[in-house]
Ligand binder design. Structure first.
Ligand code: F6R
Length: 260
C-alpha cells in the first residue's frame, strides 16, 4: 500500500492524473475503472488538459464506472451517466462504445449486474480502478456491512451517504435511496487501485481504512489486502494518520531510489 500525501486538492488531482496518464501511455488499451462525486473532478480536468495538449490518447481505452443511482435516467443531471459525460467523456477522444456505466433505470437489475460483470471480464479485467471514499468508509456504494466478496448489485444507501450527496440535489428527499454498485469482490479484482481523498471530513474514514482493522464496517479497509493500492490524499484528509511522517519518508526514499 502506497500513501501519497499532497499539499492540497490541486496537487492531489495532478498526482492522480499523472499516475493514470503514465499507465495509459504504457498500455494504450487500458481498462479504466472510474468514480464520480466531487473528489475526482480535478483529476478529470487534468486528464482533459493533457488530452487537449496532445499528450494523451483515449481512443483505445475502455471504462467501467463504479456505480449509478437507481431510478435516474442517463440524461438526468444528477445521474452518474450525465456526470461522466459532462466531466470527462465529452472532452476526450473516447469511443462511446467503450464506455460502460451501470444502469439504474432498468427493470431486470439482476440480469444487468451479471452482464456488467461479464463485460469487465471480457475486457480482460480492470487495469486501474479510481476510487473515492465516503465519510462512512465506503468505496463504490459498498456501504458498511457489505459482503467483502460482493459483486455488482443493488445497495441501499446509508443515511450519511444520502445526506452527503444531498448537496447535488435540490432537496434531500430527491436523493435516490438505492444504487447499483460494483461489489468489493469486483473492485478487488482490479489490477491496481487508486483512491483519492481530500478534506477534513474524510480524515476519520481514511485513518480507519489505512490503519484500522480490515472490516466490513469500513469497506475501504479491504484495500489493505490489495497487492497494488495507492492512496493519494491532501493534507487535511491525512491529518489523523498515525504513521503520517513515515508515509512521507517512504515516498522521499522511493524518489531517491529512482534518482540513483
Ligand atoms: C462515486 C463513488 C463514491 C464516492 C464517495 C465520495 O462513484 O463510488 O464512493 O467516491 O461517495 O464522494 P465525494 O467525492 O463526492 O466525496
Amino acid at each position: 500500500m502506497r500513501v501519497i500525501i499532497s499539499k492540497n486538492y490541486e496537487e492531489m488531482s495532478k498526482k492522480a492524473a499523472e499516475i493514470v496518464a503514465e499507465r495509459l501511455r504504457k498500455k494504450p488499451d487500458l481498462v479504466l475503472g472510474l468514480a464520480t462525486g466531487s473528489t475526482p473532478v480535478g483529476m478529470y480536468k487534468e486528464l482533459i488538459r493533457m488530452h487537449k495538449e496532445g499528450n494523451l490518447d483515449f481512443s483505445k481505452v475502455k471504462t467501467f464506472n463504479l456505480d449509478e443511482y437507481c431510478g435516474l435516467s442517463p440524461d438526468h443531471p444528477q445521474s452518474y451517466h450525465y456526470f461522466m459525460w459532462e466531466n470527462l467523456f465529452n472532452h476526450i477522444n473516447i469511443n462511446p462504445a467503450n464506455v460502460y456505466i451501470p444502469s439504474g433505470d432498468i427493470e431486470n437489475v439482476e440480469a444487468f449486474c451479471k452482464w456488467y460483470e461479464e463485460k469487465i471480464k471480457e475486457a480482460g479485467g480492470i487495469d486501474l480502478q479510481v476510487l473515492g471514499i465516503g465519510r462512512d468508509g465506503h468505496i463504490g456504494f459498498n456501504e458498511p456491512g457489505s459482503s467483502l466478496t460482493s459483486r455488482t448489485r443493488i445497495k441501499t444507501l446509508t443515511e450519511e451517504t444520502v445526506e452527503d450527496n444531498a448537496r447535488f440535489f435540490e432537496k434531500k428527499e430527491d436523493v435516490p435511496r438505492y444504487a447499483v454498485s460494483m461489489g468489493l469482490g469486483t473492485i478487488m479484482e482490479a489490477k491496481e487501485c487508486l483512491l483519492l481523498a481530500n478534506g477534513a471530513n474524510k480524515a476519520e474514514a481514511i485513518q480507519k481504512a489505512i490503519e484500522g482493522p480490515v472490516s466490513a464496517s469500513i469497506t475501504a479497509s479491504l484495500l489493505q489486502f490489495h497487492p497494488r493500492a495507492i492512496f493519494i490524499l491532501d493534507e487535511e484528509a491525512s491529518k489523523n494518520l498515525k504513521r503520517r511522517e513515515y508515509y512521507r519518508y517512504v515516498e522521499r526514499m522511493a524518489q531517491k531510489l529512482k534518482e540513483r
